[in-house]
Design a protein around this ligand. Structure first.
Ligand code: ATP
Ligand code: MG
Length: 403
């Protein structure tokens, strides 16, 4: 019996954060566009802004971009920002050290090429001197740290060229955590990063910047002190269309000795609304249930039996951590929001649903936006960053009422 169990293939679904799925469904257009962006660089700088909701597949796509860039002979660095990186000092430290590491790695690679005697003729003329970029800054205009960051990034570009690459691409995930303060003498980490990269690009040096994050990233860029309009090509990562979702759900079963009935596939696709994380979760849970039931078929009956368990896991894994990271007053406000019509979340409705003052509601909404739980659509209107969040809040409110 044990032997039989261990021979059964491993669960092919990957519900999680940034986990590469067994099949990468429905992203051909995005990948083609990224390849084209690489080909057009550095004449047209490879700057892309990737944005989308939670669990829609941004990090997976970003990793795929990195892979494409590598295959096309670009040096790359990938980093996921954390909230603590949202200061001038932190951004300089973390992106600076990313560049330093790239330099070290590539110098090792370049030395290896030397050792193999393959380097002759492979070294391209490196026309960008660190001094040159410094000279282009008006030090009175540059943000503190900007010149240093540019110098360190430029070193990575030069190292990439010396290693025989086309240039250097920085891929930065969770970039919505960066936002500039409005005061002149406040923190401007986003501008610091952008200005350093833009300064290098002005010299024609091949550096690219891919910023990936929640929809608030676009707003943060618009509000950044540094001029960023038209610097980025926008790439909106959407939920998968029906065909893509079906491939994402059924594709991992190929060659696994498990089949899904058409009725089950239909029901799952209607429920998950094309969101990749949900597809992976539903698939993973069905897989386990089929194994436990000793069946080789995903059926509607199986799904009905485990439905409550799937939602329990969805709440625990996907939604609860986002809410529990908030302060109690913010959590309170979310429970009031559960009673409001959605979408969108209208601030006036929320004010009617809570006994908090209007000023307090605004402060709390601002904090929740900074925490990445909601984002501002327009004046007086917000949306949740996680798909299905409004339904979840109603479940949560129900749970709270019962306890
Ligand atoms: N194109 C795809 N096809 C199938 N599954 C996918 C696809 N893209 C992502 N997934 C799956 O969806 C889940 C979420 O992916 P990912 O972590 O990239 O989302 P995200 O947008 O970065 O989410 P977050 O905003 O929480 O960081 C993972 O389980 C991943 O395996
Ligand atoms: Mg992600």
């Amino acid at each position: 019996m044990l032997l039989v169990m261990s021979q059964r293939p491993r669960n092919p679904y990957r519900p999680g954060v940034g986990q590469r799925p067994a099949v990468l469904a429905g992203r051909d257009t995005e990948l083609r566009r990224f390849d084209a962006t690489l080909r057009a660089a550095p004449e047209i700088p490879a700057n892309v802004r990737v944005e989308g909701l939670r669990g829609v597949g941004k990090s997976v796509l970003l990793a795929e971009f990195q892979e494409r860039a590598r295959q096309s002979d670009w040096a790359t660095s990938l980093l996921e920002f954390e909230p603590r990186h949202n200061t001038d000092t932190a951004i300089l430290a973390v992106v600076g050290s990313l560049a330093d590491t790239a330099v070290r790695d590539m110098s090792v690679a370049a030395r290896a090429r030397h050792a193999l005697g393959r380097v002759a003729g492979a070294l391209r003329a490196v026309g960008f001197e660190i001094g040159e970029v410094t000279a282009r800054f008006d030090p009175t205009l540059a943000l503190p740290g900007q010149v240093e960051l540019a110098v360190r990034l430029l070193a990575a570009v030069n190292a990439a060229l010396a290693a025989g690459k086309h240039g250097y691409i920085l891929l930065l995930d969770e970039a919505q955590v960066l936002h500039d303060e409005t005061e002149r003498d406040g923190e401007h980490p986003l501008s610091l990063l952008i200005a350093a990269v833009a300064a290098i690009q002005k010299t024609g040096a091949p550096i690219g910047l891919v910023l990936c994050g929640l929809p608030s990233l676009a707003t943060n860029l618009l509000r950044a002190r540094t001029y960023t309009e038209r610097m980025f090509r926008g790439e909106r990562v959407e939920s998968l269309d029906r065909a893509g979702a079906e491939y994402a759900f059924v594709g991992p079963l190929a060659g696994m000795g498990i089949a899904a009935t058409p009725a089950l596939v239909d029901q799952v696709l209607n429920t998950v609304e094309g969101y990749p994380y949900f597809i992976q979760l539903w698939g993973a849970e069905l897989w386990e249930a089929a194994r436990d039931a000793g069946t080789t078929e995903f059926t509607v009956e199986l799904l009905t039996a485990i439905g409550p368990e799937i939602y329990r896991r969805l709440d625990i894994d996907f939604y609860d951590p986002r809410v529990e990271a908030l302060r109690p007053a913010e959590q309170d406000l979310l429970l009031s929001a559960a009673t409001c019509p959605y979408p969108p979340l209208v601030v006036a409705d929320l004010q009617g649903a809570t006994d908090k003052s209007a000023a307090n509601v605004n402060v709390l909404l601002g904090r929740m936006a900074n925490a990445g739980v909601i984002y501002r659509l327009r004046k007086g209107q917000y949306a949740y960053t996680a798909p299905g969040f409004a339904d979840y809040l109603r479940r949560r409110a129900e749970r709270v009422r019962r306890t």
